[in-house]
Design a protein around this ligand. Structure first.
Ligand SMILES: [Zn+2]
Length: 312
């Protein structure tokens, strides 16, 4: 890997200019890190090619590592779309090996994106942090929660911004990108209107999530998780945390605990053992969904169905 990146760095200056020239009339070469973001990019690009995707299927953005083929995909990209500087840590090194002409779009830094502060306690109640949890914290943004794509309001901001960035790279297709973004925003508004009453019916119900990834969805639709099993998915919860979560479940009237397809479900079984909690699955990435323009809509619809299935 080191060799590939070194070669890319050396080649960067020499081939950058040629690539920009050749690229300006070929299909736009866009790479997106995770499926929901790839889906929004695909909708804005429709009719002018398709973006490429790095984190596929049941892989997690928190534990993903880049293969040589991904490095090649990145080296050919004109535009790379990531969520935040810290979420996709697998990009830290290769991002410096990109062609100098490549534009990096960091969604968390776009004007108009609403960022929510990271919830520091996984039970969202006064909670003793044990050293083990602090050391392995997966969401080390510290300041904001990186799962910003799960708010359809943020998705609409992303649509507009991608249309502008794509249009700047291909001025001859700018009108298409703008029209696609308008269509996407209208569909997002429709989705929002469909899901809102369904989720409003679940307000006040208790549920525990696997890792604290749904805050943007919760805030947008007025529901609220009572806690999460892990602070960040890379770290195993300590005994004190499991006890706190089990106590939280015992206090709720009809509790529900959600697993995630990206992580071992065994921990969820440990948490609910001996309680009357039901279980479901929440997927904030779309592990089982077909990548493409429809994925974002299916993702939010499936989150709603999973919540209804367990909480109703
Ligand atoms: Zn996460």
């Amino acid at each position: 890997m080191r060799g590939i990146f070194a070669a890319l760095v050396l080649a960067g200056l020499g081939i950058g200019a040629a690539r920009a020239h050749e690229g300006s009339d070929g299909p736009l070469r866009v790479v997106a890190t995770i499926q929901p973001v790839h889906s929004l990019a695909a909708a804005v690009m429709e009719g002018a090619g398709a973006p490429q995707l790095l984190v596929k299927g049941a892989a997690s953005e928190h534990t993903f590592s880049l293969r040589p083929s991904d490095a090649r995909t990145l080296s050919g990209a004109e535009i790379v779309i990531r969520v935040s500087r810290n979420l996709e840590s697998f990009l830290d090194r290769p991002i410096h090996s990109l062609s100098q002409d490549a534009k990096i779009v960091t969604l968390a830094e776009l004007p108009g994106i609403a960022l929510l502060p990271a919830r520091v306690s996984g039970t969202f109640e006064p909670h003793v942090h044990d050293a083990q949890e602090e050391a392995g914290h997966g969401h080390d943004e510290g300041v904001y929660d990186p799962h910003l794509w799960l708010s359809p309001a943020n998705a609409a901001v992303i649509a507009d911004h991608l249309a502008a960035v794509f249009g700047a790279a291909r001025p001859q297709q700018a009108a298409l990108f703008t029209a696609n973004a308008e269509k996407l925003k209208a569909r997002l508004a429709g989705l929002d209107a469909d899901l809102r009453p369904r989720l409003a019916a679940l307000a006040g119900r208790d549920f525990i999530v696997f890792h604290d990834a749904y805050q943007y969805f919760e805030a947008h639709f007025g529901i609220h998780a009572a806690g999460s099993i892990t602070l960040g998915p890379q770290n195993q919860p300590g005994a004190a945390r499991l006890t706190a979560i089990r106590a939280r479940i015992a206090r709720s009237r009809s509790p529900c605990v959600f697993a995630e397809p990206q992580f071992e479900p065994k921990l969820v079984q440990t948490v609910i053992e001996g309680t009357d909690a039901r279980t479901g699955t929440l997927d904030g990435l779309g592990a089982a969904l077909e990548p493409g323009p429809e994925l974002y809509f299916q993702l939010l619809t499936k989150l709603t169905e999973s919540l209804e299935g367990c909480l109703k």
